[in-house]
Structure formats: structure tokens, C-alpha cells
Design a protein around this ligand. Structure first.
Ligand SMILES: Cc1cc2nc3c(=O)[nH]c(=O)nc-3n(C[C@H](O)[C@H](O)[C@H](O)COP(=O)(O)O)c2cc1C
Length: 218
């Protein structure tokens, strides 16, 4: 089940195109994991999430990147969740400008987004935490500088003890969600019979849903 949305269909809503690609990317990951698509709801949690390389800009003006999971997409917004003490959050505070790139597992597609990161609501953050695997919930609680500096044996002991003592978890105070609100999309597609190609969507000045588009070489 692959999306039939064509990047050359420049009347397409880029947010819908992005969402359709995220489904395609998830299908590829599921196939790599030996799961059929659509998976049963039980299997869905076993499909590893799509990753995006997220760039933020530091106070020194240099961009810095790291991979985070695409938690979900909604109405054109791309959500990720992280630790409020992280460098990315320190960057976003004074400078909301970010960029992200997602690459399909089979390297047939790449999409880059430029936009602004906006803090999620407490309800959205709580829902996203509830959707995380137990491992990732434990990670959100326990991943800090103090523990990172301890020897492996001590880290494993603290982890096992916290795991045993906390059967149900609510989000820690450091749990933070952000939505990237796109102002540009750059969709890249491979073509085994010819040159790769891109379509650049730029949000029209002051508009919520009008986009200018341009076709570019890959
Ligand atoms: C496969 C993979 C998935 C990751 N997913 C996340 C994530 O969803 N959220 C997150 O905060 N960090 C995630 N990380 C860790 C980040 O890459 C990064 O090391 C961490 O967030 C600290 O980043 P910062 O100090 O640059 O802000 C992931 C790393 C890898 C390799």
C-alpha cells in the first residue's frame, strides 16, 4: 500500500503530501522489520518510528543536528518529543527556526522542511508520553547527565530499580513536545530511469494554506 500522491501535482497540499510520505516511509520500515502492512494494531507498536534529522541554530549562529523520532503529524505540523534540558530546546527558546530532513529507508525519497518549532500543549505532551513504549518512558525519566556519567553497572542498577518500582508512569517535568510549523517543503524523488528531481513549496507570504511551487533538479 503506497501513496499515489505525485510531487509533480503542484496543486497538492504539501502537508497532505508530507503525511502520505510519512506513511510510505513507515511501510518501508515495517517491511524491513519483516512485518506486513497494514500491521495489526498490536504490530504497529513494533514498527520502529520514522526518524528526522533536526537542525537547530545555536547562539553562536552555527546549526547543530541530531536525529529524533517523528512522533506524529497533524494538520501540517510535525511533532517531536524530547528533554527540556537538551541543547535543541535551549536553541529553540530564543530561536524557533529549525529545519528537518527525513530519508526513506530505500533512499527513494527525501523531504526537507524549514519552519518554526512551537511548544506543544500539556495535553498533547501527556498523550504522546502515554503512546511511548515503556523503554522510552523510562528513558524520559532516567536519562540525565548525572546518570550518564555513572559506570554501566550503576546505570543498569538504577534503571532496573526504577522500572520495578514504577509500574505506571506519567510524564516527567522534563518531558517536552514541539510541533514544527512548516514554511517550506522540499520533496526529492529518485528516478532510476532519469535524473532525480525536487519540488520546492514555499508558503505564500501571510497565508495559512497558499503555496508557491518550483520544480528543481535533484
Ligand atoms: C534512532 C534515534 C532516535 C532518537 N530519538 C530521539 C527522540 O525522539 N527525542 C530525543 O530527544 N532524542 C532522540 N534521540 C537522541 C538525539 O539524537 C540526541 O542525542 C538527544 O536528543 C540530545 O540532543 P541535543 O542535546 O542535541 O538536544 C534519538 C537518537 C537516535 C539515534
Amino acid at each position: 500500500m503506497r501513496s499515489s500522491v505525485d510531487i509533480m501535482d503542484q496543486t497538492a497540499d504539501p502537508a497532505a503530501l508530507f503525511d502520505a510520505w510519512m506513511v510510505d516511509f513507515r511501510v518501508l520500515i515495517a517491511e524491513d522489520a519483516g512485518l506486513t502492512w497494514p500491521p495489526t494494531s498490536a504490530d504497529l507498536s513494533e514498527v520502529p518510528p520514522v526518524l528526522m534529522t533536526l537542525a537547530t541554530v545555536g547562539p553562536d549562529g552555527y546549526p547543530r543536528t541530531r536525529n529524533v523520532m517523528v512522533s506524529r503529524t497533524e494538520e501540517g505540523r510535525i511533532f517531536f518529543h524530547t528533554d527540556s534540558r537538551s541543547e535543541k530546546v535551549r536553541h529553540i527558546g530564543p530561536n524557533s527556526k529549525v529545519s528537518l530532513t527525513v530519508l526513506a529507508a530505500d533512499r527513494s525519497k527525501q523531504v526537507t522542511v524549514v519552519g518554526d518549532a512551537v511548544r506543544s500543549t500539556p495535553d498533547e505532551e501527556a498523550d504522546a508520553f502515554a503512546d511511548r513504549s515503556r523503554y522510552l518512558q523510562l528513558l524520559a525519566w532516567l536519562s540525565d547527565k548525572d546518570l550518564a556519567e555513572k559506570p554501566a553497572e550503576e546505570r543498569h542498577r538504577v534503571w532496573a530499580q526504577f522500572n520495578a518500582e514504577n509500574p505506571g508512569m506519567t510524564p516527567p517535568e522534563t518531558w517536552a513536545g514541539f510541533a514544527v510549523v512548516p514554511r517550506e517543503y522540499l520533496f526529492w524523488t529518485a528516478d532510476s530511469d532519469g535524473p532525480s528531481q525536487r519540488v520546492h513549496y514555499v508558503r505564500a507570504e501571510g497565508s495559512a494554506d497558499a503555496w508557491t511551487t518550483e520544480v528543481l533538479p535533484g
